[in-house]
Ligand binder design. Sequence first.
Ligand code: ADP
Length: 499
Amino acid sequence: SNFAAALENTITPPVKVEHTQLLINGRFVDAASGKTFPTLDPRNGEVIAQVAEGDAEDVNRAVAAARKAFDEGPWPRMTAYERSRILFRFADLIEKHNDEIAALETWDCGKPFEQSAKIEVPMLARVFRYYAGWADKIHGMTVPADGPHHVQTLHEPIGVAGQIIPWNFPLLMLSWKLGPALACGNTLVLKTAEQTPLSALLVGRLLHEAGLPEGVVNIVSGFGTTAGAAIASHMDIDKVAFTGSTDVGKIILELASKSNLKAVTLELGGKSPFIVCEDADVDQAVELAHFALFFNQGQCCCAGSRTFVHERVYDEFVEKAKARAANRAVGDPFKSGIEQGPQVDSEQFKKILKYIKHGVEAGATLQTGGDRLGSKGYYIQPTVFSDVKDDMLIATDEIFGPVQTILKFKDLDEVIARANNSRYGLASGVFTQNLDTANRLMRALRVGTVWINCFDVLDATIPFGGYKMSGIGREKGLYSLSNYLQVKAVVTALKNPAW
Ligand code: ADP
């Protein structure tokens, strides 16, 4: 491949790993067991650092700290303005440490440094400023009930939140979880993904530098079946928020119901349609569909992973999509101009190659790619399949990699039915200049987000979440606050109803 050269001479990341311990009660501490696990560089599989491995006992310690900070600590009792100011100061510190945070993110996760530094870390600051702005704007209502009663609602924090996040956007997923929880006055225990524990620990230190009281945010690195399951089944956690696979989402819901019926929000998998209509400017459609699928090495729960193309533009689209993918700049994510780095780990790498094999065996046409790139690390060639049929595994399952699947359609009724024929309902893309077509699709698609002539617009203000097996609840925006609030009705008898 033309990009094999870009994989030579691995660049030394411009950052040192400072924090590898668990962050409990405002201090970095070893795991109770003393155990550690290696976090790996996806460019070559080498160990970046040994990280403290939290398990159930560490989750207990973290929950105890969060409980104390909630029940006794200053956080829920501070004025909302004070909480808001701490979050604003934190956002300033994120900006001050922009490149350091971005380099850790790229090193651990494999995504292009330019993307980490110019998009993700700035978005991290933006999300926290958004929620800092909410802190002093959350309030209840008065209610016009019948009878001689004064009725009001208090919007109170829910208590201790447990939050479990994945590895594809370690920082953004952290911000979507921490932001609303903190703005509403909760305390929390966050479990990062075992593939990407590093950036959260640095960010956790900065939160405390910004003035966050101890015990409010506790960060436990560790594995799902130990630390993660301990969070989902903990009797003293009031709410659990999870982002990850649909299979694990089901386990979380089950553990929550078997333990203390903690409130649950889930953001799960997807197989989002990207629909290119017959009036499309093909060059623009190809570019947007390419971005919708290949962004972040294809590791997006909302990836446009079923590219439906109208038969009138199909042949031209396939030719150009193939050329675009073959031109994608893959290489060491620390090099400039790189669009795609390695996949996060060997498990994902193998899973993607298996799906590619399935696609070939099922009879889809492999237009470009189809194999690993280079001989070390987890790089995969940008891959495009055409002639994909709805029931092929590559069209029904979440591949979570740089594999575009192109399907042909004839008319709108047909594509609506096929797009909706999925267990998932996370997002969708619509590409058309026709207002009636856009309106029709926007209403007919059973998904949490419809992007019309755009994709992956993930602004802090916009609610995000899934229909069907893509999840329960919404993150970001106004809607996210209700995940972290209890509503208390207060009814006071009036002595003299006529005042
Ligand atoms: P992926 O397949 O993308 O790695 P997962 O759903 O397996 O997604 O992981 C997302 C997060 O859920 C990670 O933090 C992982 O450690 C955690 N996790 C995995 N299994 C469990 C489990 N049984 N209970 C709780 N958390 C889990």
